[in-house]
Design a protein around this ligand. Structure first.
Ligand code: MMA
Ligand code: CA
Length: 200
């Protein structure tokens, strides 16, 4: 036997679904407070010129609209020198500083990870912040139990390196890796107050 409470809940959900289907469109995404609202149909036609008023295209239109909103946010953050991109990665820094282990916990809080350059383009993207804030940063790599042999934090071998001349030189005494304002790398103790650069 279905209880009267459950029956009412089912009825409520069915009614909502019916309303939604009758309208034939997905719920509109409201803008953040203080942001300009979009036209009633939710489509910015200037940005999404391929817009056709067909129900079939609804997902494409919503995707286009969301891409537009995201690219505007990225534009603002880039203008403020808070983010930069390389390949598919976004690198970010607020200019805050911390030692290596504090940095690692900071990234977890925001769903990112420590900046880890895997090619010259990514190295340049990280260097952008090192130069802007005139502060060295730690990279997502550590010395292995074999002195002078470094690996990514997931344990995999370094596939790209950019060591400064005569580095690494710590021979087991410098377990972290910092980036100089030249973009080159130095093995260093992990207790320095360095720039936090995050990757997403
Ligand atoms: C410091 C320290 C080392 C680095 C050398 C380079 C004296 O030690 O930063 O990690 O290799 O300078 O001269
Ligand atoms: Ca060194």
């Amino acid at each position: 036997m279905v209880s009267p409470q459950l029956f009412h809940k089912v009825l409520g959900v069915a009614f909502l679904l019916l309303l939604h289907c009758a309208q034939g469109k997905a719920a509109r995404i409201p803008p953040l407070p203080g942001f300009v609202d979009l036209p009633e149909d939710g489509i910015n036609k200037a940005y999404c010129p391929s817009f056709l008023p067909l129900a079939d295209n609804e997902m494409e239109d919503i995707t286009c609209l969301l891409e537009h909103r995201i690219s505007r946010l990225e534009g603002v953050l880039h203008l403020e020198k808070k983010i930069t991109a390389s390949g598919g990665k976004i690198f970010a820094s607020t200019g805050e500083k911390a030692d290596f282990h504090t940095i690692l916990t900071k990234y977890r809080e925001v769903g990112g990870s420590i900046a880890t350059p895997r090619n010259p383009g990514e190295n340049d993207a990280i260097l952008y912040f090192v130069k802007n804030f005139k502060t060295y940063t730690y990279l997502g790599m550590k010395e292995s139990i074999v002195p002078s042999k470094f690996h990514f934090l997931d344990g995999t071998q370094l596939s790209y390196t950019n060591w400064h001349l005569n580095e690494p030189s710590g021979r087991g005494e410098e377990k972290c890796v910092e980036m100089y304002t030249y973009g080159t790398w130095n093995d260093k103790k992990c207790n320095q107050n360095h720039l936090i650069v995050c990757q997403f």
